[in-house]
Design a protein around this ligand. Structure first.
Ligand code: ADP
Length: 501
């Protein structure tokens, strides 16, 4: 059976889940709808997996660990991942269109993300046969001792809606390179691209059960995190949900990688190139409609250039082209779903109640072509203090909170005054200041004179409430390995059984 078929009556695409090598409905036949945030209409539906479906997927993944997948050489595994990468490259455009239809992110970004995806898989394919242990000169000279990195086992991946396949790649590619098997649970708002993508895994020749997809909402995710067959839970999403997922994983001692929220400071010093900084501020908060965990949602600006920078940012914000996310000249698409739009709107109201001033935006656009979609104008709030809720809580939308600072110490203090620690931007022409501030900021990623740049070989992850563990690069691969130590006795002599050898 194919992954999706259209119902002739209303053209809603009916997706199926992949368990082992079979496309299936949920065992109890339940389904859920996915809404296109540009039209506000249902365009796809997918099975609502219950605990029994999750169990079946995890069982398939457990069996696959012991299948040809578990027995093949690391080089063969790498070759399979390479074939998978090439198939992804051949389907990047169609996957990008699915993703944009599901979450409203502009096609110019989803296309670039999907076109870049094969490089992530190629990078980790190359790493597969470079995973090796060490020999260790243990103090017991009658032993030959070595370590062997082993796959952690079945990975349960729970994913958000903002960049489904891009975020999946940072988990799946290293997990496959390590020799793990995988059950993915995409977000309920965006099941389509991951299900279409799963077809390519089978086509590439990954043995059945190596990559499975179950679809559904939080309860499906919770069943996956709770399943005792899952050895590692890899989660990307909000901090509040991450806490729940960690608790479920703790019940059966599963390892976790947590990529959580942020309230990242974009810090502009008075000596910065103000035009470049304004552009970076726009990229940080209005690209992807601000729906990224790395959003530079707090603009910390030196008092001397506050008015000039705010004016530049607001002037550009007012000209951002909102529109159909599938149109290549659109710069900002809609918010991904109705509840998220309500959340963004209520935070703007809250900020104004707290005493912030509205420089631009703050409403839904009332223009032809934008009324059906979940659009919200790019919004700039000034007069924000770092103790206001709009400065402390993740809004996950196109809302910038501007906070002035006096000097370098003040900037670092405000930058670090957050429970999060995902990313930070530093804008200065002073190379010494750039290094000083980068060292003092508590965040997993620091950009100097740039913002929102990531790569498959550069570790990424959060300090504090922003997460645990790292994705990408060699550190991202280690998340899917566990070390075995092997002791080989060399002399054949027996020893006193009542002492430690
Ligand atoms: P958002 O990113 O919209 O804030 P979440 O962090 O809640 O949303 O969602 C991220 C992913 O976590 C989604 O796939 C969602 O279905 C899943 N999820 C939500 N609640 C739970 C839960 N209690 N346990 C496991 N997964 C969950």
């Amino acid at each position: 059976m194919d992954v999706a078929r259209s119902r002739a009556d209303n053209e809603i695409r009916q997706y199926l889940m992949l368990i082992g090598d079979t496309w299936v409905e949920a065992q109890d036949g339940r389904r859920f709808d996915s809404v296109n945030p540009f039209t506000g209409k249902v365009w796809a539906s997918a099975p609502l997996a219950g605990p029994a479906d999750v169990r079946a997927a995890v069982t398939a993944a457990e069996r696959a660990l012991d299948s040809p997948w578990g027995r093949m050489s690391a080089s063969q595994r790498g070759a399979l991942i390479r074939r998978f990468a090439d198939l992804i490259a051949g389907h990047a455009d169609e996957l990008a269109v699915l993703e944009t239809t599901d979450n409203g992110k502009v096609l110019r970004e989803t296309r670039a993300q999907l076109a870049g995806l094969p490089a992530t898989y190629h990078y980790f394919a190359g790493a597969a046969d470079k995973i090796h242990g060490h020999t260790i000169p243990a103090p017991q000279t009658n032993f030959f001792t070595y370590t062997q990195p082993r796959p952690v086992g079945v990975v349960g991946a729970i994913l958000p809606w903002n960049s489904p396949l891009f975020l999946l790649a940072s988990k799946l590619a290293p997990a496959l390179a390590a020799g793990c098997t995988f059950v993915a649970k995409p977000a309920e708002q965006t099941p389509a691209s991951t299900l279409a993508f799963a077809r390519l895994a089978l086509e590439a020749g990954l043995p059945p059960g190596v990559f499975n997809v179950v679809t559904g909402a939080g309860e499906t995710g919770a069943a996956l995190a709770r399943d005792p067959g899952v050895a590692k839970v890899s989660f990307t999403g909000s901090t509040a949900t991450g806490v729940q997922v960690m608790k479920s994983a703790a019940d059966h001692i599963a390892a976790v990688t947590m990529e959580l929220g942020g309230k990242s400071p974009n810090i502009v010093f008075a000596d910065a190139d103000v035009e470049a900084a304004a552009n970076g501020v726009i990229a940080g908060i209005f690209a992807a409609t601000g729906q990224t965990c790395i959003a530079g949602s707090r603009l910390l600006v030196a008092e001397e250039i506050h008015d000039e920078l705010v004016e530049r940012v607001a002037a550009r914000a007012r000209t951002i082209r909102l529109g159909d996310p599938l149109a290549l000249d659109t710069e900002m698409g809609p918010i991904a779903f109705a509840e998220q739009l309500d959340k963004v709107r209520s935070y703007v109201d809250l900020g104004l109640d707290e005493g912030a001033r509205l420089v631009c935006g703050g409403t839904r656009p009332d223009r032809d072509g934008l009324r059906d979609g979940y659009f919200f104008e790019p919004t700039v709030l000034t007069g924000v203090h770092n103790d206001m809720r709009v400065a402390r809580e993740e809004i996950f939308g196109p809302v910038l909170s501007v906070i002035p600072f006096r000097d370098e110490d003040d900037a670092v203090r405000i930058g670090n005054d957050t429970s999060y620690g995902l990313a930070a931007g530093v804008w200065t022409r002073d190379v010494q200041r750039a290094h000083r501030v980068a060292q003092r900021l508590n965040a997993g990623t620091i950009w100097v004179n740039s913002y929102r740049t990531l790569a498959y070989n550069v570790p990424y992850g959060g300090f504090g409430s922003s997460g645990i563990g790292r994705e990408n690069g060699a550190e991202g691969l280690r998340e899917y390995l566990q070390t075995k130590s092997v002791w080989i006795e060399l002399t054949g002599q027996s020893r006193d059984p009542f002492t430690l050898g």
